[in-house]
Design a protein around this ligand. Sequence first.
Ligand SMILES: [Zn+2]
Ligand SMILES: [Zn+2]
Length: 364
Amino acid sequence: MRAAVLYEPHRPLQVRELEQEPPKAGEVLVRMGAAGLCASDHHFMVGTAKMPLPLVLGHEAGGTVVETGEGVTTVRPGDRCILSFVPNCGHCRVCRSGKPQLCETHQAAPTLQFDGTLRLHDGEQGIHQMHKMGAFSDYAVMPQQSCYPIPSEVPMPVAALIGCCVTTGVGSVINNPEARVGMTVAVFGCGGVGLNVIQGARLLNASKIIAVDILDHKLEFSYRFGATDVINAREVDAVEAIRELTGGGVDLAFDSFGSPQVMSDAVKAVRKGGAGVMIGLGPLGESAPVDMVDFIRNQKSLLGAYYGMASPHETFGKLVDLYLKGRIDVDGLITREYALDEINEGFDALASGEDGRGVIVYPN
Ligand SMILES: [Zn+2]
Ligand SMILES: [Zn+2]
């Protein structure tokens, strides 16, 4: 099999021929159908996030089960699946308390299979898989818990996007305990996740959906997903503009970008009693300043939202249904398709701020 491997930050990914072990107990072999290019992958490429290297990146994917290991009961060969980047152990404290997206066992060793070993090798060298998946590969072994079977009408690139940006974005609105019908919303950052926060807010009939970015073409693109107003934060003070548009601030402000400045602005942009929601991962080790008096006297709150704030499989099911009924637009998010060999070109496009999502499509 072939995979795109990260050997060290700031070097292009190398597409290599690797040896793949067969699936062990509880694991499956998946033939990849499509894999999205996400900013979270890019963080590892530029060293602002860390996992053990060498590493096959890719965590937003759809594929077909082709082989099952001993004791696999939840999927069969031939099942087309959305792949979850948090396969959950089912018995750690957070799994038992209904938050499998935060599985402690997975987070403790996200590049190893649950038995603590690797399935990919390059001669003597072991190769890690991002989130037990490493979707930038023709085939990958992963836990059966990664797989969520879907109907044949869902195209593989759509399955891929539901695997990360759609669930992360739409989920952080529809599963958000602070979300209400008719609310006002601001979304900072109009990348793959931000556009999905926008369409999540549209699903909940938000009365105002204000998109904030520094690129006009991204703001223009955001209207397609439900933005009602747009603000270019390079031209005007975004916080002031949001307060003006809403008479004092929005009910919910989402930071899908992930920087100290944006997070700080998102908290300032909410009204009394409103909430800031942090979704975009900032660089490792960064902190964001919060105006303490504003935060307390206006009784604001701040929520972290990981992987749609709920069980990924539960959110996948809802999103597949909404997609098939035409209530969310996933196809419109996909702006370019690449072959695995073109992956570095795809990440260059992501880094330069191209609209929507680039997707690797595998020939099968
Ligand atoms: Zn992602
Ligand atoms: Zn767990």
